[in-house]
Design a protein around this ligand. Structure first.
Ligand code: GN1
Ligand code: MG
Length: 367
């Protein structure tokens, strides 16, 4: 049955009169719509959340509510604009954080922040440094948030959990693709111990759990017209996890010279070290103040960790028959896994230089 968007829109406490609700294109996870209102009333973003991936959407919305409430208090105390520098969840007319429709779909809305720009690619060091500041400020403002968040994506960046999923998929080989990717399977197996050793530091508490974003690509940052970071968006994945994962995931996406995960020409996939330096500078300027010595020591490795995790997740989804990520064809996940592996190789090659950059930035910040 086709969803009647205007009926969904009527459930929310939008100011003014809704003129049109139109699709903002297909995201990889949720379906997103722009709600345009008449005259000078605010506009909104409306989303149908993906319930296959997010199995507890009420808890997800509670997490978002807790985080945005905390951020707004901090922004006001710093003299900022809480309506532009943090997301504002728009409630339903009966005061709920989401609307659960008759077809068992979950909808949520937030205020659209006007006069901002988003980028798909970090094509300048200015943008990269600002992006690093954005996630760094986000984490710093949330570093003293005491209320725990519900773990709505159990095991999300947990390598032990990922290997458990991996072992099950490899044992099952449900669509007979394993034989086609022996070499790629070996990429994963050969680094199992190295990657589990990093995660063991999170399990022991050596790397503490903090409030983290978990999807730190550049398109999840709103910039103002002067290329200055304004607001971090897409809070579906806010969780308690280690802060370095947000840094590592951003490095994985910002520094990829190819600019996207679908590049088939692997000669275009490598780490842009100028972007690496700029992002690292921006991120550490905001986070060095709260980082423990153990966190500071593991900054550079986190980029390898998250990139490896992404190779594993794409390859696992390929072997599993493409159940998680949306794909355009049978080899889409394999292409993505190969691209991420090429990026991981480039991170390996540049690792010494990456450590030097991190250490010199930390030293400049008195760490
Ligand atoms: C998914 O759709 P997007 O880009 O927000 C995924 C991330 C992956 C990313 C890879 C909840 O995020 O973890 O890194 O694809 N999000 C979820 O492109 O699994
Ligand atoms: Mg996302």
């Amino acid at each position: 049955m086709k969803t009647n968007l205007s009926v969904i829109g009527e459930k929310f406490a939008f100011e003014g009169t809704v003129k049109e609700i139109r699709s903002l294109g297909e995201g990889l996870i949720n379906d997103t719509f722009f709600v345009e209102t008449e005259g000078s009333s605010p506009n909104y973003i409306l989303q149908c959340k993906n319930k296959n991936i997010f199995q507890n959407i009420p808890a997800m919305m509670e997490n978002i509510h807790k985080v945005t409430t905390h951020l707004k208090k901090k922004i006001v105390a710093q003299g900022g604009d809480p309506m532009r520098e943090a997301l504002t969840v728009t409630l339903t007319k009966d005061g709920k954080l989401y609307y659960h429709d008759e077809q068992d779909e979950y909808w949520a809305a937030c205020l659209f922040i006007e006069d901002t720009i988003t980028y798909q690619k970090a094509d300048s060091t200015i943008l990269a440094e600002q992006g690093g500041r954005g996630i760094g400020q986000f984490q710093a403002m949330l570093a003293d948030m005491k209320e725990p968040l519900t773990d709505i994506l159990p095991g999300f960046h947990n390598m032990r959990f990922r290997f458990k999923q991996w072992d099950e998929v490899i044992a099952k080989d449900p669509v007979g693709r394993k034989a086609k990717v022996e070499k790629e399977v070996e990429w994963i197996e050969s680094r199992r111990d190295e990657m589990l050793a990093f995660w063991a530091k999170a399990e022991s508490g050596e790397l503490p759990a903090r409030v983290t974003h978990n999807d730190t690509k550049i398109s999840n940052i709103l910039f103002d017209k002067n290329e200055k970071v304004l607001c971090v968006i897409d809070l579906d994945t806010v969780l308690n996890s280690i802060c370095l994962n947000d840094y590592g995931d951003a490095i994985r996406s910002y520094t990829n010279a190819a600019g996207f995960e679908d590049e088939e020409d692997l000669s275009k996939v490598y780490v842009d070290m100028d972007i690496f330096e700029a992002y690292t500078k921006g991120y550490l300027a905001e986070t060095a103040g709260f980082m423990t010595p153990a966190e500071a020591e593991n900054v550079a490795f986190s980029a390898k960790y998250i990139t490896f995790e992404q190779v594993l997740r794409f390859l696992m989804d390929y072997i599993d028959g493409d159940n998680y990520y949306k794909v355009k064809n049978d080899t889409h996940n394999l292409v993505r896994a190969r691209g991420q592996y090429k990026l991981l190789q480039s991170l390996d090659e540049n690792y010494e230089k990456m450590c030097e950059i991190v250490n010199s930035q930390l030293a400049a910040l008195g760490k």
